[in-house]
Design a protein around this ligand. Structure first.
Ligand code: ATP
Length: 601
């Protein structure tokens, strides 16, 4: 019951529809009750061998209705078929309405849940995505939400309606004969114990099933996004084996679920049969004792048989609801994990900045076992270009990610124009920073919308100007629909050099006072490389730029170069100064230009 209440909590904002659906369910139960009551006069009329033979004197619901409507016995016989029709029609109508309203509740709840989940994800910090595999998140947003939908739209409606019907039928049997009803229900608790056991097992197994499904989604996601690498390393067999292992494990869990799920119905049915046989025995004795008429017993048995459907459907609905509750827990896990990095309570908008960036004794670690950045201090003045070089994994990307507050330093302070970045709102900070990442991130949209991403309505001329400065105009004009050409998922329809130039155009259009540039590592042909160098020179002009350079040629003219080594700044200075130091920078330089292609000026 607690589980169903949890689902009701989800639906509480749809109070009106829920109440309407409940009212309709109550009408369905009423018509079911009326139907059972019609059985008695029909059967007694059929089995009344000698006319006028009196049955047991009982106060019956329909008798009072007929009396009120002045319907006598003769009329009644003619009216009975019509009454049966009216009752069946009424039941059908309200079943339709209650189901329709409840489906409406389900769709609304699920839409809101999806929207909440997405909104929550968009605001999540990077560390959340580091620890949550994409496939797992996708499973929670699709598979789990679907299961909740099934439960609310279908099973919850069934659950309520069948509970009402069961209640009406129970009232019916008690009205017919209390003693027979009591005897019948003394043995019914037998049915409740296995139902509880089945539920517990189902819930446990379906949680395991959901987890395994997430793993499958994860593998799928990796196989799709990494298809090129899989081919390049001819690791298809390895990936397939991994996938087969995951599906086999999911299959085993599903078979256990199927075993429990399939057993529960016939088992419950068998228990129903035992109860039925016992009642038949007691009922026939009650007729011979003259306590009830054959029509009463017929109606009693009919009501009992009719209870089978609600009990069975309650059981089935319960199975779906148990699975949905497990899914609800997983969805809640996402919804309740607050973004690690949020605006401070007293955060204020960062005023228009000049572009001075200061790191004061900043340290950071992704996990406690190993520090990534250790005690870094430096300052980059307004309109200066600072470059970070170092071996792969030294911590360059981590340093620049701290400026945008993608991660929070474990100690020390980062300031812009002397203002601690933790004191200002995230939105105002990030809106003044431009970011060109190592891996170009584009969306499945047109060229125009990708360049103007996040900037709202931008005049077309400005987009073209930015594209021109980013050396992208030529290839965009050659596209089939120019600026309106869709570029595919992650810009897959463009070359990597073209994607980079689009990303640079985007940064140019945003025109931020501070630009953060993580130079792409992928090797490009000489022409692309030349175009990108021109584009970068354009985008760096007139603003503070922090650039991670993988090619030293890019940053020869930087105002200051920081050499990052094992999370620390090992050397800093201009190109000439560092070259003269004969330290790490010199080694890096010599590695890139072993034959001295780049003559020192
Ligand atoms: P590259 O030049 O290859 O891009 P980098 O100097 O930019 O390297 P970082 O990406 O800053 O290096 O990584 C520094 C260290 O932090 C590496 O050892 C890396 O394994 C680790 N690291 C990076 N990102 C994460 C993360 N999200 N979670 C845990 N560890 C991380």
């Amino acid at each position: 019951m607690k589980d169903i209440l949890a689902l009701f909590q989800l639906a509480r904002r749809e109070k009106k529809l829920l109440i309407l659906s409940f009212i309709c369910s109550a009408f369905v139960a009423f018509f079911t009750y009326a139907f059972v009551n019609l059985v008695q006069p029909i059967m007694d009329k059929l089995f009344q061998l000698s006319p006028g033979q009196a049955g047991p004197q009982k106060a019956r619901f329909l008798d009072s209705v007929f009396r009120a409507l002045s319907i006598n016995e003769t009329h009644l016989v003619r009216l009975l078929p019509l009454l049966v029709l009216v009752v069946i029609f009424g039941k059908g109508l309200f079943t339709f309405l209650s189901s329709y309203f409840m489906k409406g509740v389900g769709h609304r709840v699920v839409k809101r849940l999806r929207d909440d989940l997405f909104t929550h994800l968009v605001y999540q910090s990077n560390s959340f995505f580091d620890r949550m595999p994409t496939g797992d998140l996708m499973a929670r947003l699709t598979n789990d939400v679907d299961k909740i939908h099934q439960a609310i739209s279908g099973s919850m409606a069934d659950f309520i309606e069948e509970l009402f019907i069961l209640f009406a039928l129970l009232v019916g049997v008690f009205v017919i004969d209390v003693r027979l009803a009591v005897v019948s229900f003394v043995i019914t608790p037998l049915a409740v114990i296995p139902l509880a056991l089945f539920s517990r097992q189902l819930k446990k197994r379906s949680l395991v099933g959901q987890r395994k499904m997430s793993e499958i989604y994860g593998l799928l996601h990796e196989a799709i996004t990494g298809s090129m690498i899989i081919k390049a390393f001819t690791s298809e067999e390895f990936e397939i084996k991994k996938f087969l292992r995951a599906t086999a494990s999911y299959f085993r869990t599903n078979m256990k679920l199927a075993w429990i799920g399939s057993l529960s119905s016939p088992f419950m049915e068998f228990i129903g049969g035992v109860v039925g046989a016992f009642i038949l025995y007691v009922g026939t004795r009650r007729i011979t004792q003259g306590a009830i008429s054959p029509g009463d017993f017929g109606a009693f048995v009919m009501a009992l048989f009719m209870m089978y459907t609600p009990i069975n459907r309650l059981n089935r609905a319960n199975n779906v609801i148990q699975q949905a509750v497990a899914c609800h827990h997983r969805v809640q896990e996402v919804l309740t994990s607050a973004p690690q990095i949020q605006d401070a309570p007293a955060a204020y908008p960062l005023p228009s900045i000049q572009g001075r960036v200061t790191f004061d004794r900043v340290s950071f670690c992704y996990n406690e076992s190993r520090p990534t950045i250790v005690d870094i201090s430096f300052e980059v003045g307004r309109n200066e270009t600072a470059a970070f070089v170092g071996l792969s994994g030294a911590g360059k990307t981590t340093i620049i990610n701290l400026i945008s507050r993608f991660y929070e330093p474990t100690s020390g302070t980062i300031m812009i124009d002397g203002i601690d970045v933790r004191e200002v709102t995230l939105g105002s900070l990030r809106s003044q920073l431009g970011l060109v990442t190592q891996e170009t991130i584009l969306f499945n949209d047109t060229v125009r919308n990708n360049v103007a991403y996040g900037l709202g309505d931008v005049p077309f001329e400005r987009i073209v100007k930015a594209a021109q400065a980013a050396q992208a105009q030529e290839f965009i004009s050659a596209l089939p629909q120019g600026y309106d050409t869709p570029i595919g998922e992650r810009g897959g329809l463009l070359s990597s050099g073209q994607r980079q130039r689009l990303a640079i155009a985007r940064a140019l259009l945003k025109n931020p006072p501070i630009l953060i540039l993580d130079e792409a590592t992928s090797a490009l042909d000489t022409e692309s490389e030349r175009l990108i160098q021109i584009a970068l020179a354009n985008v760096m002009k007139g603003r503070t730029t922090l650039v991670i350079a993988h090619r030293i040629s890019t940053i020869r003219n930087a105002d200051r170069i920081f050499v990052v080594d094992c999370g620390r700044i090992a050397e800093s200075g201009t190109h000439e100064e560092l070259y003269g130091l004969n330290g790490i920078y010199r080694k890096l330089y010599d590695l890139q230009f072993p034959e001295g292609e780049e003559a020192i000026p």
